[in-house]
Write a protein that binds this ligand. Structure first.
Ligand code: FAD
Length: 574
Protein backbone atom coordinates (compact mmCIF):
# COMPACT_ATOMS: atom_id res chain seq x y z
CA UNK A 1 0.00 0.00 0.00
CA UNK A 2 1.46 3.41 -0.91
CA UNK A 3 1.85 6.23 1.65
CA UNK A 4 -1.15 8.19 0.37
CA UNK A 5 -3.45 5.19 0.66
CA UNK A 6 -2.11 4.44 4.16
CA UNK A 7 -2.83 8.01 5.26
CA UNK A 8 -6.42 7.66 4.03
CA UNK A 9 -7.04 4.33 5.73
CA UNK A 10 -7.54 3.35 9.35
CA UNK A 11 -7.95 -0.09 10.93
CA UNK A 12 -9.78 -0.83 14.15
CA UNK A 13 -12.10 -3.42 15.66
CA UNK A 14 -15.15 -1.24 16.19
CA UNK A 15 -16.14 2.13 14.72
CA UNK A 16 -18.62 4.08 16.82
CA UNK A 17 -20.32 6.98 15.05
CA UNK A 18 -21.48 9.78 17.38
CA UNK A 19 -20.17 10.91 20.76
CA UNK A 20 -23.29 11.17 22.94
CA UNK A 21 -24.19 8.76 25.73
CA UNK A 22 -25.08 5.97 23.29
CA UNK A 23 -21.81 6.14 21.38
CA UNK A 24 -19.49 6.79 24.30
CA UNK A 25 -21.06 4.09 26.53
CA UNK A 26 -20.51 1.61 23.68
CA UNK A 27 -16.95 2.80 23.16
CA UNK A 28 -15.97 2.61 26.85
CA UNK A 29 -17.45 -0.89 27.22
CA UNK A 30 -15.88 -2.20 24.01
CA UNK A 31 -12.47 -0.78 24.91
CA UNK A 32 -12.72 -2.30 28.40
CA UNK A 33 -13.46 -5.64 26.71
CA UNK A 34 -10.23 -5.33 24.76
CA UNK A 35 -11.38 -3.96 21.39
CA UNK A 36 -9.57 -1.24 19.47
CA UNK A 37 -12.23 1.45 19.16
CA UNK A 38 -12.52 4.64 17.10
CA UNK A 39 -15.28 7.19 17.80
CA UNK A 40 -16.11 9.50 14.88
CA UNK A 41 -17.98 12.70 15.68
CA UNK A 42 -19.43 15.09 13.12
CA UNK A 43 -19.05 18.25 15.20
CA UNK A 44 -15.83 19.91 16.35
CA UNK A 45 -16.92 19.13 19.92
CA UNK A 46 -18.13 15.94 21.57
CA UNK A 47 -21.14 15.20 23.79
CA UNK A 48 -24.16 15.72 21.52
CA UNK A 49 -27.60 16.18 23.10
CA UNK A 50 -26.27 14.22 26.06
CA UNK A 51 -24.06 17.17 27.06
CA UNK A 52 -27.15 19.41 27.21
CA UNK A 53 -29.32 16.90 29.04
CA UNK A 54 -30.36 16.44 32.63
CA UNK A 55 -28.15 13.34 32.76
CA UNK A 56 -30.93 11.24 34.32
CA UNK A 57 -31.32 7.51 33.59
CA UNK A 58 -34.40 5.41 34.35
CA UNK A 59 -32.98 2.20 35.83
CA UNK A 60 -35.35 0.18 38.01
CA UNK A 61 -33.58 -1.93 40.66
CA UNK A 62 -30.36 0.04 40.20
CA UNK A 63 -27.53 -0.64 42.66
CA UNK A 64 -27.94 2.75 44.40
CA UNK A 65 -31.61 2.12 45.12
CA UNK A 66 -30.89 -1.40 46.36
CA UNK A 67 -28.13 -0.06 48.63
CA UNK A 68 -30.68 2.40 50.04
CA UNK A 69 -33.03 -0.49 50.84
CA UNK A 70 -35.41 0.00 47.88
CA UNK A 71 -35.50 -3.61 46.67
CA UNK A 72 -38.67 -3.81 44.61
CA UNK A 73 -40.13 -6.92 43.01
CA UNK A 74 -38.73 -7.11 39.42
CA UNK A 75 -42.28 -7.82 38.24
CA UNK A 76 -43.35 -4.25 39.12
CA UNK A 77 -41.28 -2.21 36.63
CA UNK A 78 -42.17 -4.79 33.99
CA UNK A 79 -45.84 -4.37 34.83
CA UNK A 80 -45.43 -0.61 34.59
CA UNK A 81 -43.89 -0.86 31.12
CA UNK A 82 -46.61 -3.29 30.02
CA UNK A 83 -49.38 -0.96 31.16
CA UNK A 84 -47.73 2.14 29.71
CA UNK A 85 -46.57 0.71 26.38
CA UNK A 86 -49.66 -1.39 25.59
CA UNK A 87 -49.36 -3.03 22.20
CA UNK A 88 -45.97 -1.34 21.68
CA UNK A 89 -44.47 -3.40 24.53
CA UNK A 90 -41.64 -5.52 23.07
CA UNK A 91 -40.89 -8.30 25.60
CA UNK A 92 -37.43 -9.11 24.19
CA UNK A 93 -36.21 -5.51 24.43
CA UNK A 94 -37.99 -4.77 27.73
CA UNK A 95 -36.62 -7.88 29.45
CA UNK A 96 -33.11 -7.27 28.13
CA UNK A 97 -33.35 -3.70 29.41
CA UNK A 98 -34.75 -4.48 32.83
CA UNK A 99 -32.18 -7.18 33.52
CA UNK A 100 -29.09 -5.45 32.08
CA UNK A 101 -29.63 -1.77 32.97
CA UNK A 102 -28.68 -2.28 36.67
CA UNK A 103 -25.61 -4.25 35.53
CA UNK A 104 -24.71 -1.43 33.17
CA UNK A 105 -24.79 1.05 36.08
CA UNK A 106 -22.61 -1.29 38.14
CA UNK A 107 -20.20 -1.78 35.21
CA UNK A 108 -19.65 1.95 34.72
CA UNK A 109 -19.23 2.59 38.45
CA UNK A 110 -16.55 -0.11 38.61
CA UNK A 111 -14.80 0.27 35.25
CA UNK A 112 -15.02 3.96 34.36
CA UNK A 113 -14.70 7.46 35.81
CA UNK A 114 -18.47 7.90 35.75
CA UNK A 115 -20.25 7.95 39.09
CA UNK A 116 -23.97 8.19 39.73
CA UNK A 117 -26.11 9.84 42.36
CA UNK A 118 -29.49 8.37 43.21
CA UNK A 119 -32.90 9.68 42.26
CA UNK A 120 -34.67 7.68 44.95
CA UNK A 121 -37.34 10.34 45.48
CA UNK A 122 -38.26 10.70 41.80
CA UNK A 123 -41.62 9.17 40.82
CA UNK A 124 -42.60 7.71 37.47
CA UNK A 125 -44.62 10.07 35.27
CA UNK A 126 -47.93 8.20 35.52
CA UNK A 127 -48.59 7.39 39.14
CA UNK A 128 -52.01 5.89 38.37
CA UNK A 129 -50.65 3.19 36.02
CA UNK A 130 -50.18 -0.34 37.34
CA UNK A 131 -46.64 -0.92 38.62
CA UNK A 132 -45.74 2.79 38.88
CA UNK A 133 -43.18 3.68 41.55
CA UNK A 134 -42.75 6.78 43.68
CA UNK A 135 -38.97 6.48 43.63
CA UNK A 136 -35.94 4.20 43.42
CA UNK A 137 -35.85 3.95 39.63
CA UNK A 138 -33.55 6.82 38.66
CA UNK A 139 -29.88 7.67 38.76
CA UNK A 140 -28.10 10.80 37.55
CA UNK A 141 -24.50 11.44 36.55
CA UNK A 142 -22.62 12.76 39.60
CA UNK A 143 -20.79 16.11 39.25
CA UNK A 144 -17.47 15.64 37.41
CA UNK A 145 -14.25 17.62 37.62
CA UNK A 146 -13.55 18.80 34.07
CA UNK A 147 -9.81 18.84 34.76
CA UNK A 148 -9.84 15.06 34.42
CA UNK A 149 -10.30 15.60 30.68
CA UNK A 150 -7.02 17.50 30.40
CA UNK A 151 -6.84 19.52 27.18
CA UNK A 152 -9.90 17.66 25.83
CA UNK A 153 -12.12 19.75 28.14
CA UNK A 154 -12.11 22.40 25.41
CA UNK A 155 -13.70 19.89 23.01
CA UNK A 156 -16.64 19.17 25.33
CA UNK A 157 -19.91 20.76 24.23
CA UNK A 158 -20.81 23.43 26.80
CA UNK A 159 -24.20 23.33 28.59
CA UNK A 160 -27.10 24.73 26.54
CA UNK A 161 -26.75 28.50 27.04
CA UNK A 162 -30.39 29.35 27.76
CA UNK A 163 -30.86 26.75 30.49
CA UNK A 164 -27.57 27.61 32.18
CA UNK A 165 -26.80 30.68 34.28
CA UNK A 166 -24.21 32.70 32.34
CA UNK A 167 -22.96 29.38 30.93
CA UNK A 168 -22.82 27.60 34.29
CA UNK A 169 -24.79 24.35 34.57
CA UNK A 170 -27.00 24.04 37.65
CA UNK A 171 -27.41 20.54 39.08
CA UNK A 172 -30.97 19.33 39.55
CA UNK A 173 -32.23 18.63 43.07
CA UNK A 174 -30.67 20.39 46.06
CA UNK A 175 -28.54 22.77 43.98
CA UNK A 176 -31.46 23.94 41.87
CA UNK A 177 -33.49 24.54 45.05
CA UNK A 178 -30.69 26.77 46.40
CA UNK A 179 -30.76 28.80 43.18
CA UNK A 180 -34.54 29.20 43.36
CA UNK A 181 -34.31 30.29 47.02
CA UNK A 182 -31.27 32.56 46.68
CA UNK A 183 -33.23 35.75 47.34
CA UNK A 184 -35.21 34.23 50.26
CA UNK A 185 -32.71 32.25 52.32
CA UNK A 186 -29.28 33.26 53.60
CA UNK A 187 -27.99 29.68 53.34
CA UNK A 188 -29.09 29.47 49.71
CA UNK A 189 -27.64 32.91 48.96
CA UNK A 190 -24.27 31.84 50.43
CA UNK A 191 -24.36 28.57 48.43
CA UNK A 192 -25.14 30.35 45.17
CA UNK A 193 -22.48 33.01 45.79
CA UNK A 194 -19.86 30.29 46.34
CA UNK A 195 -20.93 28.45 43.19
CA UNK A 196 -20.96 31.58 41.00
CA UNK A 197 -17.57 32.80 42.30
CA UNK A 198 -16.09 29.33 41.69
CA UNK A 199 -17.49 29.39 38.17
CA UNK A 200 -16.00 32.81 37.37
CA UNK A 201 -12.66 31.70 38.82
CA UNK A 202 -12.73 28.64 36.52
CA UNK A 203 -13.59 30.88 33.56
CA UNK A 204 -10.59 33.09 34.31
CA UNK A 205 -8.22 30.15 34.79
CA UNK A 206 -9.55 27.65 32.24
CA UNK A 207 -11.85 29.59 29.93
CA UNK A 208 -14.92 27.64 31.08
CA UNK A 209 -16.60 26.10 34.14
CA UNK A 210 -14.85 22.99 35.47
CA UNK A 211 -17.44 21.73 37.94
CA UNK A 212 -19.58 19.81 35.44
CA UNK A 213 -23.07 18.65 36.33
CA UNK A 214 -25.96 16.67 34.84
CA UNK A 215 -25.59 15.72 31.16
CA UNK A 216 -22.38 17.71 30.81
CA UNK A 217 -20.88 15.58 33.60
CA UNK A 218 -22.19 12.41 31.92
CA UNK A 219 -20.63 13.23 28.53
CA UNK A 220 -17.37 14.37 30.16
CA UNK A 221 -17.02 11.33 32.42
CA UNK A 222 -17.75 8.96 29.53
CA UNK A 223 -15.32 10.72 27.21
CA UNK A 224 -12.57 10.82 29.86
CA UNK A 225 -13.15 7.09 30.48
CA UNK A 226 -13.03 6.34 26.75
CA UNK A 227 -9.77 8.25 26.30
CA UNK A 228 -8.30 6.56 29.37
CA UNK A 229 -9.22 3.16 27.89
CA UNK A 230 -7.40 3.99 24.65
CA UNK A 231 -10.34 4.97 22.45
CA UNK A 232 -9.39 7.22 19.52
CA UNK A 233 -11.76 10.19 19.30
CA UNK A 234 -11.96 11.88 15.88
CA UNK A 235 -13.86 15.16 15.83
CA UNK A 236 -15.13 16.99 12.73
CA UNK A 237 -15.35 13.59 11.01
CA UNK A 238 -18.91 12.86 9.89
CA UNK A 239 -19.82 9.41 8.64
CA UNK A 240 -20.64 9.58 4.93
CA UNK A 241 -20.98 5.95 3.86
CA UNK A 242 -21.11 2.45 5.28
CA UNK A 243 -19.05 -0.26 3.56
CA UNK A 244 -20.36 -3.76 3.17
CA UNK A 245 -18.73 -6.99 2.00
CA UNK A 246 -20.64 -10.25 1.51
CA UNK A 247 -23.55 -8.94 3.52
CA UNK A 248 -21.40 -7.79 6.44
CA UNK A 249 -20.81 -4.15 7.41
CA UNK A 250 -17.06 -3.97 7.89
CA UNK A 251 -16.10 -0.38 7.30
CA UNK A 252 -17.10 3.19 6.63
CA UNK A 253 -15.97 6.36 4.96
CA UNK A 254 -15.57 9.47 7.11
CA UNK A 255 -15.18 13.04 5.87
CA UNK A 256 -12.27 14.38 7.89
CA UNK A 257 -10.53 17.77 7.83
CA UNK A 258 -7.74 15.97 5.86
CA UNK A 259 -10.14 14.49 3.31
CA UNK A 260 -12.03 11.18 3.09
CA UNK A 261 -10.84 8.47 5.49
CA UNK A 262 -11.72 4.79 4.98
CA UNK A 263 -12.06 2.93 8.25
CA UNK A 264 -11.89 -0.88 8.19
CA UNK A 265 -13.44 -2.38 11.30
CA UNK A 266 -13.44 -6.13 11.85
CA UNK A 267 -16.27 -6.11 14.44
CA UNK A 268 -18.48 -3.59 12.68
CA UNK A 269 -19.98 -0.12 13.00
CA UNK A 270 -22.21 1.30 15.75
CA UNK A 271 -24.59 4.06 14.65
CA UNK A 272 -25.07 6.56 17.50
CA UNK A 273 -25.85 9.78 15.61
CA UNK A 274 -28.66 10.90 17.93
CA UNK A 275 -31.69 10.28 15.70
CA UNK A 276 -33.42 12.79 13.42
CA UNK A 277 -34.58 15.83 15.46
CA UNK A 278 -33.28 18.15 12.71
CA UNK A 279 -33.94 16.07 9.59
CA UNK A 280 -36.53 18.21 7.81
CA UNK A 281 -37.49 15.52 5.29
CA UNK A 282 -38.15 12.85 7.90
CA UNK A 283 -40.03 15.27 10.15
CA UNK A 284 -42.24 16.18 7.19
CA UNK A 285 -42.85 12.48 6.61
CA UNK A 286 -43.54 11.49 10.25
CA UNK A 287 -44.96 14.53 12.07
CA UNK A 288 -48.56 15.55 11.35
CA UNK A 289 -47.98 18.90 13.06
CA UNK A 290 -45.01 19.74 10.80
CA UNK A 291 -46.41 19.71 7.25
CA UNK A 292 -43.24 21.26 5.77
CA UNK A 293 -40.91 19.61 8.28
CA UNK A 294 -40.06 23.01 9.79
CA UNK A 295 -42.87 23.38 12.33
CA UNK A 296 -41.11 21.36 15.03
CA UNK A 297 -38.46 23.04 17.19
CA UNK A 298 -36.31 20.37 18.80
CA UNK A 299 -34.04 21.35 21.68
CA UNK A 300 -31.45 18.82 20.46
CA UNK A 301 -28.31 20.10 18.67
CA UNK A 302 -28.65 21.03 15.01
CA UNK A 303 -26.06 18.41 13.98
CA UNK A 304 -28.49 15.56 14.68
CA UNK A 305 -29.84 15.41 11.15
CA UNK A 306 -30.76 11.74 10.88
CA UNK A 307 -27.53 10.63 9.17
CA UNK A 308 -27.36 7.33 11.07
CA UNK A 309 -30.91 6.41 10.07
CA UNK A 310 -30.40 7.24 6.38
CA UNK A 311 -27.09 5.38 6.16
CA UNK A 312 -28.52 2.42 8.09
CA UNK A 313 -31.48 2.26 5.68
CA UNK A 314 -29.07 2.42 2.74
CA UNK A 315 -27.63 -0.97 3.78
CA UNK A 316 -31.00 -2.61 4.46
CA UNK A 317 -32.00 -1.40 7.93
CA UNK A 318 -35.67 -0.57 8.53
CA UNK A 319 -37.39 1.90 10.84
CA UNK A 320 -39.47 0.53 13.73
CA UNK A 321 -43.05 1.62 14.46
CA UNK A 322 -43.72 3.95 17.36
CA UNK A 323 -46.69 5.60 19.08
CA UNK A 324 -44.96 9.00 18.88
CA UNK A 325 -41.96 9.59 16.60
CA UNK A 326 -40.59 12.26 18.96
CA UNK A 327 -39.82 12.65 22.67
CA UNK A 328 -42.03 15.74 22.78
CA UNK A 329 -41.35 18.85 24.82
CA UNK A 330 -42.84 22.35 24.85
CA UNK A 331 -40.31 24.82 23.51
CA UNK A 332 -40.13 28.62 23.44
CA UNK A 333 -37.97 30.49 20.96
CA UNK A 334 -35.56 32.63 22.93
CA UNK A 335 -33.74 35.26 20.82
CA UNK A 336 -29.96 35.34 21.14
CA UNK A 337 -27.76 38.40 20.61
CA UNK A 338 -26.51 36.98 17.27
CA UNK A 339 -30.06 36.90 15.84
CA UNK A 340 -30.57 33.12 16.19
CA UNK A 341 -33.24 31.58 18.43
CA UNK A 342 -32.43 29.15 21.23
CA UNK A 343 -35.04 26.38 21.56
CA UNK A 344 -35.78 26.52 25.29
CA UNK A 345 -37.33 23.25 26.57
CA UNK A 346 -39.87 23.89 29.38
CA UNK A 347 -39.16 20.96 31.68
CA UNK A 348 -39.55 22.34 35.19
CA UNK A 349 -41.51 25.54 35.83
CA UNK A 350 -44.87 24.39 34.41
CA UNK A 351 -45.58 22.43 37.62
CA UNK A 352 -44.88 25.30 39.99
CA UNK A 353 -47.88 26.99 41.63
CA UNK A 354 -49.31 30.06 39.87
CA UNK A 355 -49.02 29.26 36.16
CA UNK A 356 -51.54 28.17 33.55
CA UNK A 357 -51.19 27.22 29.89
CA UNK A 358 -53.84 28.37 27.41
CA UNK A 359 -54.39 28.26 23.68
CA UNK A 360 -55.63 31.25 21.65
CA UNK A 361 -59.19 30.61 22.82
CA UNK A 362 -58.11 31.52 26.36
CA UNK A 363 -58.82 28.01 27.68
CA UNK A 364 -56.54 25.61 29.51
CA UNK A 365 -56.07 22.34 27.66
CA UNK A 366 -54.10 20.11 30.04
CA UNK A 367 -52.61 19.46 33.42
CA UNK A 368 -49.59 21.78 33.18
CA UNK A 369 -47.70 19.75 35.81
CA UNK A 370 -47.71 16.58 33.71
CA UNK A 371 -44.61 15.56 31.79
CA UNK A 372 -43.32 17.61 28.86
CA UNK A 373 -44.32 14.79 26.49
CA UNK A 374 -47.88 14.67 27.85
CA UNK A 375 -48.12 18.47 27.72
CA UNK A 376 -47.32 18.63 23.99
CA UNK A 377 -49.44 15.56 23.22
CA UNK A 378 -52.39 17.40 24.84
CA UNK A 379 -51.61 20.56 22.86
CA UNK A 380 -51.57 18.60 19.60
CA UNK A 381 -54.93 17.01 20.49
CA UNK A 382 -56.41 20.41 21.40
CA UNK A 383 -55.34 22.07 18.14
CA UNK A 384 -58.00 22.08 15.41
CA UNK A 385 -56.92 20.42 12.14
CA UNK A 386 -55.07 22.80 9.83
CA UNK A 387 -54.01 25.19 12.61
CA UNK A 388 -50.48 25.61 13.91
CA UNK A 389 -50.24 24.26 17.49
CA UNK A 390 -49.22 26.98 19.94
CA UNK A 391 -49.99 27.96 23.49
CA UNK A 392 -48.99 30.53 26.11
CA UNK A 393 -47.71 30.04 29.61
CA UNK A 394 -49.38 32.75 31.68
CA UNK A 395 -48.27 33.76 35.18
CA UNK A 396 -48.23 36.74 37.53
CA UNK A 397 -45.32 38.83 38.76
CA UNK A 398 -44.82 36.81 41.95
CA UNK A 399 -44.47 33.60 39.94
CA UNK A 400 -42.02 34.98 37.40
CA UNK A 401 -39.67 36.44 40.01
CA UNK A 402 -39.96 33.35 42.26
CA UNK A 403 -39.51 30.56 39.70
CA UNK A 404 -38.59 32.24 36.40
CA UNK A 405 -40.47 31.57 33.18
CA UNK A 406 -38.64 29.71 30.41
CA UNK A 407 -35.38 31.49 29.63
CA UNK A 408 -36.29 34.25 32.10
CA UNK A 409 -34.46 33.56 35.36
CA UNK A 410 -35.92 34.20 38.84
CA UNK A 411 -34.97 37.31 40.90
CA UNK A 412 -32.48 38.81 41.30
CA UNK A 413 -31.49 38.15 37.65
CA UNK A 414 -32.97 41.07 35.64
CA UNK A 415 -35.67 40.35 33.06
CA UNK A 416 -35.56 43.57 31.00
CA UNK A 417 -33.69 41.96 28.08
CA UNK A 418 -36.52 39.44 27.57
CA UNK A 419 -39.15 42.19 27.54
CA UNK A 420 -37.14 44.23 25.05
CA UNK A 421 -36.60 41.35 22.60
CA UNK A 422 -40.27 40.34 22.74
CA UNK A 423 -39.73 36.87 24.25
CA UNK A 424 -41.62 37.86 27.40
CA UNK A 425 -44.95 39.68 27.12
CA UNK A 426 -46.03 41.85 30.06
CA UNK A 427 -49.19 43.84 30.82
CA UNK A 428 -50.90 45.26 33.86
CA UNK A 429 -54.16 43.44 33.23
CA UNK A 430 -54.94 39.97 31.92
CA UNK A 431 -57.10 41.45 29.14
CA UNK A 432 -54.25 43.61 27.90
CA UNK A 433 -51.83 40.67 28.08
CA UNK A 434 -54.28 38.58 26.08
CA UNK A 435 -54.58 41.26 23.38
CA UNK A 436 -50.79 41.42 23.04
CA UNK A 437 -50.54 37.67 22.58
CA UNK A 438 -53.56 37.22 20.32
CA UNK A 439 -55.53 35.34 23.01
CA UNK A 440 -59.29 35.88 23.52
CA UNK A 441 -59.24 38.53 26.34
CA UNK A 442 -62.62 37.80 27.95
CA UNK A 443 -62.05 34.05 27.86
CA UNK A 444 -58.63 34.38 29.48
CA UNK A 445 -60.01 36.53 32.30
CA UNK A 446 -62.78 33.97 32.90
CA UNK A 447 -60.33 31.09 32.78
CA UNK A 448 -58.03 32.73 35.33
CA UNK A 449 -60.96 33.47 37.65
CA UNK A 450 -62.02 29.81 37.49
CA UNK A 451 -58.45 28.57 38.02
CA UNK A 452 -57.98 30.94 40.99
CA UNK A 453 -61.04 29.50 42.73
CA UNK A 454 -59.75 25.98 42.15
CA UNK A 455 -56.29 26.94 43.40
CA UNK A 456 -57.72 28.36 46.62
CA UNK A 457 -59.60 25.10 47.15
CA UNK A 458 -56.53 23.06 46.14
CA UNK A 459 -58.52 21.01 43.65
CA UNK A 460 -58.19 21.16 39.85
CA UNK A 461 -61.57 19.74 38.84
CA UNK A 462 -60.75 20.29 35.13
CA UNK A 463 -57.36 18.58 34.69
CA UNK A 464 -56.41 17.10 38.10
CA UNK A 465 -53.26 19.16 38.45
CA UNK A 466 -51.26 18.03 41.46
CA UNK A 467 -52.93 14.61 41.61
CA UNK A 468 -49.93 12.37 40.89
CA UNK A 469 -46.72 11.95 42.89
CA UNK A 470 -44.80 13.21 39.82
CA UNK A 471 -46.91 16.41 39.71
CA UNK A 472 -46.34 17.05 43.39
CA UNK A 473 -42.58 16.45 43.33
CA UNK A 474 -42.32 18.94 40.45
CA UNK A 475 -44.48 21.48 42.33
CA UNK A 476 -43.46 23.46 45.42
CA UNK A 477 -43.87 21.77 48.77
CA UNK A 478 -43.55 25.17 50.50
CA UNK A 479 -46.50 26.60 48.56
CA UNK A 480 -48.85 28.71 50.71
CA UNK A 481 -51.91 27.14 49.04
CA UNK A 482 -53.15 23.57 49.65
CA UNK A 483 -52.05 22.09 46.30
CA UNK A 484 -48.25 22.20 45.65
CA UNK A 485 -48.89 22.84 41.94
CA UNK A 486 -51.58 25.52 42.23
CA UNK A 487 -51.77 29.14 43.37
CA UNK A 488 -54.06 31.94 42.19
CA UNK A 489 -52.70 34.40 39.59
CA UNK A 490 -53.56 37.50 41.57
CA UNK A 491 -51.46 40.60 41.19
CA UNK A 492 -50.21 42.18 38.01
CA UNK A 493 -48.22 42.78 36.07
CA UNK A 494 -49.02 39.53 34.27
CA UNK A 495 -46.63 37.76 31.91
CA UNK A 496 -46.81 35.28 29.03
CA UNK A 497 -44.35 33.26 26.96
CA UNK A 498 -45.37 31.57 23.73
CA UNK A 499 -44.91 27.80 23.42
CA UNK A 500 -44.51 25.72 20.25
CA UNK A 501 -44.14 21.95 19.76
CA UNK A 502 -40.60 20.65 20.10
CA UNK A 503 -38.73 17.67 21.46
CA UNK A 504 -35.76 16.43 23.45
CA UNK A 505 -34.90 14.05 20.62
CA UNK A 506 -36.51 11.42 18.43
CA UNK A 507 -38.05 8.04 19.33
CA UNK A 508 -38.47 6.52 15.86
CA UNK A 509 -35.28 4.77 14.79
CA UNK A 510 -33.73 1.66 13.28
CA UNK A 511 -35.34 -1.59 14.42
CA UNK A 512 -32.87 -3.73 16.39
CA UNK A 513 -32.75 -6.91 18.41
CA UNK A 514 -31.79 -7.01 22.11
CA UNK A 515 -28.08 -6.88 21.23
CA UNK A 516 -28.72 -3.62 19.33
CA UNK A 517 -28.01 -5.32 15.98
CA UNK A 518 -29.88 -3.51 13.21
CA UNK A 519 -32.61 -5.67 11.63
CA UNK A 520 -33.51 -5.85 7.95
CA UNK A 521 -37.00 -6.05 6.45
CA UNK A 522 -37.04 -9.81 7.17
CA UNK A 523 -36.26 -9.11 10.85
CA UNK A 524 -32.78 -10.60 10.38
CA UNK A 525 -29.71 -8.93 11.94
CA UNK A 526 -27.39 -7.14 9.51
CA UNK A 527 -24.00 -8.53 10.51
CA UNK A 528 -21.63 -5.84 11.74
CA UNK A 529 -24.23 -3.07 12.11
CA UNK A 530 -25.52 -1.81 15.45
CA UNK A 531 -27.72 1.16 16.38
CA UNK A 532 -27.84 2.67 19.86
CA UNK A 533 -29.17 5.82 21.53
CA UNK A 534 -31.75 7.62 19.43
CA UNK A 535 -30.59 5.88 16.24
CA UNK A 536 -32.10 2.74 17.78
CA UNK A 537 -35.86 2.47 17.64
CA UNK A 538 -37.09 3.46 21.12
CA UNK A 539 -37.59 0.36 23.26
CA UNK A 540 -40.40 2.38 24.88
CA UNK A 541 -42.26 2.15 21.56
CA UNK A 542 -42.63 5.95 21.38
CA UNK A 543 -44.16 6.23 24.87
CA UNK A 544 -42.72 8.31 27.72
CA UNK A 545 -43.36 6.53 31.01
CA UNK A 546 -40.69 8.24 33.10
CA UNK A 547 -37.78 10.69 33.01
CA UNK A 548 -34.50 9.08 31.91
CA UNK A 549 -36.04 6.65 29.42
CA UNK A 550 -33.74 7.70 26.60
CA UNK A 551 -30.36 7.90 28.36
CA UNK A 552 -30.96 4.68 30.33
CA UNK A 553 -31.56 2.58 27.18
CA UNK A 554 -28.87 4.52 25.24
CA UNK A 555 -26.21 3.41 27.70
CA UNK A 556 -27.62 -0.06 28.34
CA UNK A 557 -27.97 -1.06 24.68
CA UNK A 558 -24.56 0.52 24.03
CA UNK A 559 -23.17 -1.74 26.75
CA UNK A 560 -24.95 -4.75 25.16
CA UNK A 561 -23.85 -3.86 21.61
CA UNK A 562 -20.23 -3.68 22.78
CA UNK A 563 -20.47 -7.10 24.41
CA UNK A 564 -21.99 -8.58 21.27
CA UNK A 565 -19.30 -7.05 19.06
CA UNK A 566 -16.62 -8.38 21.40
CA UNK A 567 -18.20 -11.84 21.40
CA UNK A 568 -18.62 -11.66 25.18
CA UNK A 569 -21.58 -12.33 27.46
CA UNK A 570 -22.51 -9.38 29.69
CA UNK A 571 -21.82 -9.99 33.37
CA UNK A 572 -24.88 -11.60 34.91
CA UNK A 573 -23.65 -11.78 38.46
CA UNK A 574 -25.46 -8.68 39.74
C1 FAD B 1 -32.47 19.88 27.64
C2 FAD B 1 -32.53 18.37 27.52
C3 FAD B 1 -32.61 17.61 28.69
C4 FAD B 1 -32.67 16.21 28.58
N1 FAD B 1 -32.64 15.46 29.74
C5 FAD B 1 -32.67 14.11 29.65
C6 FAD B 1 -32.56 13.31 30.83
O1 FAD B 1 -32.31 13.79 31.93
N2 FAD B 1 -32.68 11.95 30.67
C7 FAD B 1 -32.88 11.36 29.44
O2 FAD B 1 -33.01 10.13 29.38
N3 FAD B 1 -32.93 12.10 28.31
C8 FAD B 1 -32.81 13.45 28.38
N4 FAD B 1 -32.81 14.19 27.24
C9 FAD B 1 -32.77 13.48 25.94
C10 FAD B 1 -31.35 12.91 25.76
O3 FAD B 1 -30.41 13.93 25.98
C11 FAD B 1 -31.14 12.32 24.36
O4 FAD B 1 -32.17 11.42 24.08
C12 FAD B 1 -29.81 11.55 24.35
O5 FAD B 1 -28.74 12.39 24.76
C13 FAD B 1 -29.49 11.00 22.97
O6 FAD B 1 -28.24 10.35 23.06
P1 FAD B 1 -27.53 9.84 21.75
O7 FAD B 1 -26.25 9.23 22.16
O8 FAD B 1 -28.49 9.02 20.98
O9 FAD B 1 -27.31 11.16 20.87
P2 FAD B 1 -26.53 12.50 21.13
O10 FAD B 1 -26.15 12.69 22.56
O11 FAD B 1 -27.30 13.59 20.50
O12 FAD B 1 -25.17 12.28 20.33
C14 FAD B 1 -25.21 12.09 18.92
C15 FAD B 1 -23.94 12.63 18.33
O13 FAD B 1 -23.82 12.14 16.98
C16 FAD B 1 -23.25 13.16 16.19
N5 FAD B 1 -23.52 12.90 14.77
C17 FAD B 1 -24.65 13.17 14.05
N6 FAD B 1 -24.49 12.78 12.77
C18 FAD B 1 -23.22 12.28 12.67
C19 FAD B 1 -22.45 11.75 11.60
N7 FAD B 1 -22.92 11.66 10.33
N8 FAD B 1 -21.18 11.34 11.84
C20 FAD B 1 -20.65 11.44 13.10
N9 FAD B 1 -21.34 11.95 14.14
C21 FAD B 1 -22.62 12.35 13.95
C22 FAD B 1 -23.89 14.43 16.71
O14 FAD B 1 -23.12 15.56 16.36
C23 FAD B 1 -23.90 14.15 18.22
O15 FAD B 1 -22.73 14.65 18.85
C24 FAD B 1 -32.71 15.59 27.30
C25 FAD B 1 -32.62 16.36 26.14
C26 FAD B 1 -32.52 17.75 26.25
C27 FAD B 1 -32.41 18.56 24.99
Amino acid sequence: MNKQAQANTLHCDLLVVGSGAGGLATAVTAARLGLKVVVAEKEAEFGGTTAWSGGWLWVPRNPLAIAAGIDEDPALPRQYLRSELGEDFNPALADAYLSHAPRMVDFFQRHSLLRFIDGNQIPDFHGHSAGAATGGRSVCAAPFDGRQLGAHIHQLKKPLDVISLWGMGIASGVELRHFLNASRSLTSFAYVTRRVLGYWRDCLLHGRGMRLVNGNALAAALAASALQAGVELRLSSPLRQLLREQGKVNGAVLDTPDGPLTVHCSRGVVLACGGFPHDVARKRQLLDHAPTGQEHWSAAPASNTGDGLRLGEAVGGVMGKVASPMALAPVSLAPRADGSNAHFPHLIERAKPGLIAVTANGQRFCNEADSYHDFVSALLRATPAGQQPQAWLVADHRFVRRYGLGAVKPAPVPLGRWLRNGYLQRAHTLQELARRCGIDPAALAQQVARFNQQAEAGQDSDFAKGDTPYNRVQGDKDNAWPNPCMAPLQHGPFYAVKIVPGSLGSFAGLATNASAQVLDAQQQPITGLYAVGNDMHSMMGGHYPSGGITLGPAMTFGYLAAHHAAGRQPDTTL
